[in-house]
Design a protein around this ligand. Sequence first.
Ligand code: GLU
Length: 306
Amino acid sequence: MLRRTSLAGVPAGRYAPSPSGDLHVGNLRTALLAWLFARSTGRDFLMRMEDLDDRSAAGADARQLADLAAIGLDWDGPVLYQSSRRSRYDAIVDSLTAAGRTFECFCTRREILDAPRAPHSPEGAYPGTCLRLSPSQLDEKRAVGRPPAIRLRADVGEFRVEDDLHGSYTGVVDDFVLRRGDGTPAYNLAVVVDDAETGVDQVVRGDDLLSSAPRQAYLATLLGFAVPTYAHVPLVVNAAGVRLSKRDGAVTLEDLAVQGVSTQYVVNAMARSLGLAVEGEHATAAAMLTHFDPAALPRQPWVFCP
Ligand code: GLU
């Protein structure tokens, strides 16, 4: 079990990219904010590669770390790779299974979308198809040979979290997947286990993940872990107001450099977007830290037009 930071007694924040390609300006700004929140509150700052699924691209981790360092971020201790922790996630799923808190689910994505659901059941929430299979139905499903996903048997329908920027937020908790049919630990499980076991007590990330926080906080509570504080920060969007993506052209440091846009220009623009530098100012992460105030953060998405 990993206990470096918790043993040292130093609480931590973190940035946890999926190494599927180069970080774009939106990712970099979220990382900068996570770093500012952690460092301005005396926390360690941990780096974690969420490399469990097959979207990981060779070398992307090293390029992401180089770009994070290039915008002035630093982190404590070695980078944690989730792929090195699979036996730990399996052990947690097994302990939940032993406690009667999981079930096998044989549904395909299509079956879940097509399943009849109660009138007010939220879009995408698990409709409960495999929850009450009889022993003979279970045998039948197992005999087909497609390995089941393992889902949590949740005993609430929603859960409330407190967010530094959004206040109290109540969101859906369904019988979400803990381990996929192909054996891959699910994001919602790994994130909870890793945050708890590395001493992370402050989660700062994009506000597209706000709706995942109730599931994660509920699971943390079930596992006896403290729930971290949350700050879900506004995303960076393109001129059309849509979340920035690689399709928007030159949005990574490398692509921008090819177009003659320096890393310093990007740091300056990010600092101005956070109200932490004025036009013409040479910004650095370290200087931003001296006057960072979460309460003064702009709550609107930042429009980035490369
Ligand atoms: N790996 C996730 C992402 O890149 C972030 C997960 C998290 O911060 O909880 O979107």
